[in-house]
Design a protein around this ligand. Structure first.
Ligand code: AMP
Length: 281
């Protein structure tokens, strides 16, 4: 797979693709690639002749004291996985390339960035929106692919693209999970074996609530209580940041459960945060 570090090289490659008439898919990542990332690459390959994956641990979406310095980085292994997946090129800029000294322009999606994860990470989504705005301008993909795992992020980026008229489609791909249900995440490696086992309580709780919904339960209070009690029983060391049944577009809590709404949970244990969600169907 072509590994492109600088902007001019990357633009040249995409320019060539465009002249050949190829549709271009972009998969933004922070590296430490796992099967969840690769499922996005597969989705992009189904809809585009050429696929670019960006690998960039974005400093602006980490607050001081968060895990920017220790976030896992393994570009050599990532490039091998991308090659095997059939990805055409990787954009691997340095922090200096993306955010040179004096960088001072930000994209902020308002209300959606202040709820849920944004309530305790007040600058996080500004960093995400800004880096994605840059990547969209740099690569100019037809379509960019994101995971449902970061549901709030997808809603925010769709809003940015709509509000600022970016000519880019934003697609959401389903959550890739390990056999025991835990959503794959580069941060799962921060968990001890015991915590890793307890963490399966998130998906078990969400699934139990989903089964209740399918059996006719329409009260968000009962559905969210199911998730909370599963976590309290199976993973007593995890603090619950929130369990919310939310409107899929506004992320506001709903009063009556209905298909299409999203049940979101986030827990934390010391500095480690885990989140997961299911869409009611
Ligand atoms: P990250 O490298 O964690 O920033 O993730 C890059 C992209 O991969 C984001 O759009 C994530 O939502 C997506 N992603 C991460 N984990 C998963 C997963 N388990 N299933 C599907 N997509 C995922």
């Amino acid at each position: 797979v072509l590994a492109l570090e600088n902007i001019e090289e990357m633009r040249e490659v995409v320019g060539l693709w465009r002249r050949e008439g190829a549709r271009v898919g972009l998969v933004p990542t922070m590296g430490a690639l796992h099967d969840g990332h690769l499922s996005l690459v597969e989705a992009a390959l189904r809809e585009n002749e050429r696929v670019m994956v960006s690998i960039f641990v974005n400093p602006t979406q980490f607050a001081p004291g968060e895990d920017y310095a220790r976030y896992p980085r393994d570009t050599a292994a990532d490039l091998e996985k991308l090659e095997a997946a059939g990805c055409h090129a990787a954009f691997v800029p340095t922090a200096e390339t993306m955010f040179p000294d004096g960088f001072d322009t930000h994209v902020e999606v308002g209300a959606l960035s202040r709820v849920l994860i944004g309530a305790h990470r007040p600058t996080h989504f500004r960093g995400v929106a800004t880096v994605c705005a840059k990547l969209f301008h740099l690569v100019q993909p037809d379509t960019a692919y994101f995971g449902q795992k970061d549901y709030q992020q997808v809603v925010i980026l769709k809003k940015m693209v709509a509000d600022l008229n970016f000519p880019v489609g934003v697609r959401m791909a389903p959550i890739a999970r390990s056999a025991d249900g835990l959503a794959l995440s580069s941060r799962n490696r921060y968990l001890s074996p015991a915590q890793r086992a307890e963490a399966t309580a998130l998906y078990r709780g969400l699934n139990t609530a989903l089964a209740q919904f399918r059996a006719g339960e329409r009260d968000p209070v009962r559905l969210t209580a199911t998730v909370a009690s599963e976590i309290a029983a199976q993973a007593p060391g995890f603090e619950i940041a929130y369990v919310v049944l939310a409107d899929p577009h506004t992320l506001a809590p709903v009063e009556v459960a209905a298909p299409g709404q999203v049940l979101l949970v986030e827990v934390y244990l010391d500095a480690v945060r885990l989140y997961d969600n299911v869409i009611l169907s």
